[in-house]
Write a protein that binds this ligand. Structure first.
Ligand code: UDX
Length: 435
């Protein structure tokens, strides 16, 4: 059985899901209020950078399972299953801005004439999916709506891989038929033995937040252990490796650094704290995670201060601006925060990143000197400071670095270099938790 699926919101999540669901054999129409985006997609241009997406996009368009529609009303009318994959950005106060979601819900209610299954893919605070159900029924009592919460766990840069190899598929709905329908939609995963978690709306919504908050907690934990390693002379790399050998802990997400960033962890941890407040439950552990994560940026600057003294007028070569490697995304990037603090301390910044320079330029303008070539960026600097774990920084030509740098300080805030090799070349090396 193949389903007629409409994806409402063809951003990063919507497009990856659309392409993936089409590859599973479903008939998928993607639509968006941004008509220009749909025009581009119709011309065969994929407007996001995501490794592997092009191949799946072309194949499914060619084989007629994937198409794009500018007319949102028409796309809604034709779909049996409507996935809502619109953005749910953070508001200034940490709350979630649901205005795109409610516009989508109104459009579905307005244009639906036949029974619809509405799947909430966007990350929404607990309680939202139930409100979606209520609102759809209120706005259009003549149509039968079945609602499902189906959160995603896609990583930027690995989203296509993650779509086809998820650890689990979470389906929040109480209706038997809707559960069967969702199983059909994700049939290839089901056949491959991917675990399916069936639960109610609230559980599904909370799984997403708990998942991200736990990962944020794990990173923050290893960052604090790394800071302690610095103080006592232990090696966090060995500590993390040994921790990871305990099957109950697992080896992933134990890489210390300048703190987590990106479009999800900071936003979702803040939203979880807000949610707790709303329901009268303290999320004190996650509040501490948020605070410690902000403090971790300052730890990096503190290390530079200890190594260089007063930073005023010091020239620092920052290597890496993106929130993680393999992306040009600088949203809530720890590197951007570190540069901001360094500028406040009146340091002079030479910055390099393989992908994120244009985005960073829009933040810092001329207050930072940007370089396309990382070695050019190092010329006459007092120190280099690695803030994103790009592969190109793992294999620095240390002889070349030596000849270019005025000072001799290497601050490796992502632990990508081999300390002994760097020290042998006469540098003062410092990582995170490996002093
Ligand atoms: C994350 C989740 O992994 C994903 O499941 C969810 O759907 C969206 O949020 P993403 O933001 O793309 O994905 O990046 P991720 O690879 O998880 O890294 C997030 C941040 O944590 C980055 O700043 C990264 O550098 C940092 N990090 C990650 C660490 O500092 N140490 C680690 O061990 C792992």
């Amino acid at each position: 059985m193949s389903c007629e699926i409409t994806i409402l919101g063809t951003g990063y999540v919507g497009l990856v899901c659309g392409v993936g669901l089409a590859d599973f054999g479903n008939q998928v129409v993607c639509t968006d209020v941004d008509g220009d985006k749909i025009d581009l997609l119709k011309e065969g241009v994929v407007p996001i950078y995501e490794p592997g997406i092009g191949e799946y996009f072309e194949r499914n368009c060619k084989e007629g399972r994937l198409c794009f529609e500018k007319d949102v009303a028409l796309a809604i009318k034709e779909g049996d299953v409507i996935f809502i994959a619109v953005g749910t950005p953070a508001k200034e106060d940490g709350d979630v801005d649901l205005s795109f979601l409610w516009s989508a819900v109104e459009a579905i209610a307005r244009y639906s004439t036949t029974p619809k299954t509405v799947v909430v893919k966007s990350t929404v605070p607990v309680g939202t999916t139930r409100k979606v159900e209520r609102k759809l029924k209120e706005l259009n009592p003549n149509v039968s709506f079945t609602v499902v919460s189906n959160p995603e766990f896609l990583r930027e840069g690995k989203a296509v891989y993650d779509f086809f190899h998820p650890d689990k598929v979470v389906i929040g709905t109480e209706g038997r038929e809707a559960q069967e329908l969702m199983r059909e939609i994700y049939r290839p995963l089901y056949l491959l033995g991917t675990p399916f978690v069936f639960c109610n709306f609230e559980t599904a919504e909370l799984i997403k937040y708990a998942n991200n908050a736990f990962l944020a907690l794990k990173i923050t934990f290893i960052n604090q252990i790394a800071n302690l390693c610095d103080a006592v002379g232990a090696d966090v790399q060995v500590v993390a490796k040994a921790l990871g050998m305990d099957g109950r802990i697992g080896p992933k997400f134990l890489h210390p650094g300048p703190g987590f960033g990106g479009s999800c962890f900071p936003k979702d941890t803040r939203a979880l704290v807000k949610m707790g407040k709303r329901f009268g439950e303290e999320m004190s552990l996650i509040e501490e995670v948020i605070k410690a994560n902000e403090g971790q940026r300052k730890k990096v600057v503190g290390k530079l201060e200890r190594l260089l003294g007063n930073l005023e007028g010091r020239k620092i070569c920052v290597l890496g601006l993106a929130f993680k490697a393999e992306t040009d995304d600088i949203r809530e990037s720890p590197a951007i925060d570190v540069v901001r603090i360094l500028l406040e301390r009146r340091a002079k910044i030479h910055a390099h990143d393989p992908q994120a320079i244009e985005n960073a330029r829009s933040v810092f303008g001329n207050s930072v000197s940007f370089f396309e070539d990382m070695y050019e960026a190092m010329k006459d600097c007092d120190a280099i400071c690695i803030l994103t774990e790009w592969n190109c920084y793992r294999n620095l030509d240390l002889e070349k670095v030596k000849s270019l740098l005025k000072g001799n300080v290497v601050l490796d805030a992502r632990n990508v270099l081999e300390p002994d090799r760097v020290k042998q070349k006469g540098f003062v090396y410092e990582g995170i938790g490996r002093r």
